[in-house]
Each structure stands twice: as structure tokens, then as C-alpha cells.
Design a protein. Structure first.
Length: 389
């Protein structure tokens, strides 16, 4: 007769000085975000499905929200335990010392997901955790609460996290005007990082829309923190120290740059949006936006840099065939006028990219942009026109 297998221990739920922090990444950009976290000095960054883990305490949580340009959300892992039925989930959720993480008078909400587990009803799982918090702490749930508890039950392991960001981190707090099919700021930052952009060269977007790439590049060049003008959910947690937070924000001093950042668009309304967004971001002094089509774009004076563009593609406009002429014009213009500049084109279709006749290397991706799988096509510095003849 075999011995009965002992139940797995429930982890200590006390709040350690260091814990696991999960950085949510746009799918396909996990390694890029990991490189950014490493460059910003976060401890033990590691790529995992859906994002990056780092080690740290609450100051690192605050700094990740404030400074990491490519992260979508910052989650703090507060508990993990095996569960095989709802009664067990209820019992173990009540053992979490919720008072160390949540305020009694601050409303909360719970979201749950279940995968490959005996507990398969996410709504029921969320309800058990919600009732456990109510019973243990006395806090009240609310569907629109700023504090969100996220539970993931996968392979019968329940991991509970607090979303410390609140609104998605692509909402920098200073971009109000957007046009059709906007590029999220977090995604723009990741594309720029994937291009090797570090703020030491000019950037031009010949189809700038509401100016996301241009403004993001200008902020990087000035050394501005991405979350400097917004609030975060962690400000409502008992661990928040407003004095330490203000010191952290003040520790980043803007740097001077003589670079300029340029956007063009054939839509006059988009140009007005871009200028307004740049002003709110505090980068209007180093950005210029011009109302013109692709064929009128010209390289600005000074050293060459990066042309990055997210043109329309078939998934957005319905008829890819009509776009070949646009891509050919884009390529012709860049080859004729942008010698020495690197080019990055984001598109969902390799045939559109090839229509530019630009010397792209192996594309990066796919990554998700608004539910569409796209690739990043890049060139090295373009040679003079005579060299390409």
C-alpha cells in the first residue's frame, strides 16, 4: 500500500522585501521589453510567456510604471498555490494577508482566467476570490474600481497578482487627439527600440498620423520618463509612499538635445493633432509637423537618422491592391532623398514591403498591432541614388 502523498504547502503570504514583478508585453515583443528592463537596471529580467519577470520591491514597481516605455502593465505577484476545486480556492484565498496589499476603504475588482485546470469557470473563480477579500478585509468590490486583482489558474496552479498600473500604460497622460488606426505609444516605443533607436539620431515619420513615433522619439532624446504626467493604481495601495514617489520622479532630469524630430501627413487634421499632442508632451520645441504627402517628404538638414513609418495596409483598408502605388512612391522618395538614413516600415504584408524596392533585411515579427499580425522591415543606411542605379 503506497503512502498518502502530502498536500503541497501553502506558501508564506507575508510581504517580502523582494518579490516577482511581471511586466506585460505586447505579444512578440517579450525579448525587446526584456532588453529595455535590463538597460534600465532592473534585477533579473527574464522572458516568460506574455511578458518579462523582474525582481524587486515596491520602489521597483513604481519605477517600472514610470520609466519603462514598452510595458503595457506592471503586475505584482502576491500569492501562488495549487487548487483543484472552488472550495479549496476559497479557503486558500482567505489565507492571503490582503490587508498588507489592499486598503479596507478602497474598492477593488477581480478578474480571473482558467486554462488546463479542474477549475474551469473563470466567473466562479473570480467570485470566490472576491468573497474571500470581502470576508478577510472588509473592502467592497466595484466593477469600475481602480484596483484590479488578477487571478490566473493554469495547470491547477492559481497565481494572484495586483495590477499596479490601472489604465494601460500606453496612455501616457498627454496624448488626447488620435486619428484612425492609431499606433499605441508602448508599441511605438518597442518598434523604436527594435530599430536600435537610443535618442542620439533624428527621426522622421512621413505618414505620422497623430505623431506617436515622432513624439516618442523626442521624449527618448530628452530623457523624459514615459509616465511622468499620469497617475497609477499603486497610489491607492497601503504600500505607497508619496514622498519617496516624488523623489523618484524628480530624480530624472531632462537632458539637452540639438536633434529635431519630424512628421508629415497628407491629412491636415492629423498635423494639427500631432502639434497639439507634442505641446502637451512638452516636446514642441524639438518637433516639426508638415502637411504634405509622401512624395513631398524631404530629408531635413543635418546628420541622417531613422525614417520609421506605419503605412496603411490591406487589413485596414480592405483592398491591398490599391496600396502598391503608395508603397512604390514611398520607396522612390526615400531612395531619392534620404541617402544615409535607415528605414523601418511596419506592414502586415511582405509583398507591400517589397513594392518599395528598398533593401530590407530579414523582417522582425510577427507582432500584434490592433489585432493584426505585422512585421518590421528594416534597411541599413540607404546609399546615394547613383549607387543604387
Amino acid at each position: 500500500m503506497s503512502a498518502m502523498r502530502p498536500a503541497p504547502p501553502v506558501p508564506d503570504q507575508s510581504v517580502p522585501d523582494q518579490f516577482e514583478i511581471f511586466l506585460v508585453a505586447n505579444p512578440g515583443f517579450e525579448a525587446t521589453l526584456c532588453a529595455e528592463a535590463r538597460a534600465k537596471g532592473f534585477a533579473m529580467p527574464a522572458v516568460v510567456p506574455g511578458g518579462v519577470t523582474i525582481a524587486g520591491g515596491w520602489p521597483e514597481v513604481w519605477r517600472a510604471n514610470l520609466q519603462l516605455r514598452g510595458v503595457s502593465r506592471v503586475l505584482v505577484r502576491i500569492a501562488a498555490f495549487p487548487v483543484f476545486h472552488l472550495a479549496q480556492l476559497d479557503k486558500r484565498a482567505r489565507k492571503v494577508e490582503w490587508g498588507k496589499f489592499l486598503k479596507k476603504d478602497e474598492p477593488f475588482q477581480v478578474e480571473a482566467s482558467c486554462r488546463h485546470s479542474k477549475i474551469y469557470h473563470s466567473g466562479a473563480a473570480a467570485e470566490r476570490i472576491r468573497k474571500a477579500i470581502e470576508a478577510s478585509l472588509g473592502a467592497q468590490p466595484s466593477a469600475d474600481a481602480a484596483i484590479s486583482i488578477k487571478a490566473r489558474i493554469e495547470d491547477d496552479l492559481c497565481t494572484i497578482s495586483i495590477d499596479t498600473s490601472g489604465e494601460s500604460l500606453h496612455k501616457r497622460g498627454h496624448k488626447e487627439a488620435v486619428n484612425k488606426a492609431p499606433m499605441r505609444e508602448t508599441l511605438a516605443a518597442l518598434f523604436l527600440q527594435q530599430c536600435g533607436y537610443d535618442g542620439t539620431e533624428p527621426v522622421l515619420d512621413p505618414m505620422c498620423g497623430s505623431g506617436t513615433f515622432v513624439i516618442e522619439a523626442a521624449e527618448i532624446a530628452l530623457g523624459l520618463d514615459s509616465g511622468r504626467t499620469r497617475s497609477f493604481a499603486f497610489e491607492k495601495l497601503p504600500s505607497f509612499d508619496p514622498v519617496a514617489w516624488e523623489k523618484l520622479k524628480a530624480a530624472t532630469a531632462p537632458v539637452a538635445t540639438d536633434l529635431k524630430f519630424h512628421g508629415c501627413d497628407r491629412d491636415a487634421g492629423a498635423i494639427e493633432m500631432s502639434r497639439a499632442n507634442a505641446a502637451r508632451a512638452g516636446v514642441e520645441g524639438i518637433t516639426t509637423f508638415r502637411h504634405c504627402g509622401v512624395t513631398a517628404a524631404t530629408a531635413p538638414r543635418g546628420k541622417p537618422g531613422l525614417v520609421i513609418v506605419n503605412p496603411p495596409y490591406g487589413a485596414r483598408l480592405g483592398d491591398k491592391k490599391r496600396l502598391y502605388g503608395l508603397y512604390r512612391s514611398l520607396g522612390d522618395t526615400l531612395r531619392a532623398r534620404f541617402a544615409g538614413w535607415r528605414v523601418a516600415v511596419i506592414t502586415s504584408d511582405a509583398t507591400l514591403a517589397r513594392a518599395t524596392n528598398l533593401p530590407f533585411g530579414e523582417p522582425f515579427g510577427p507582432v500584434s498591432h490592433g489585432g493584426t499580425r505585422v512585421h518590421l522591415f528594416q534597411t541599413g543606411p540607404l546609399p546615394p541614388t547613383s549607387a543604387m542605379a
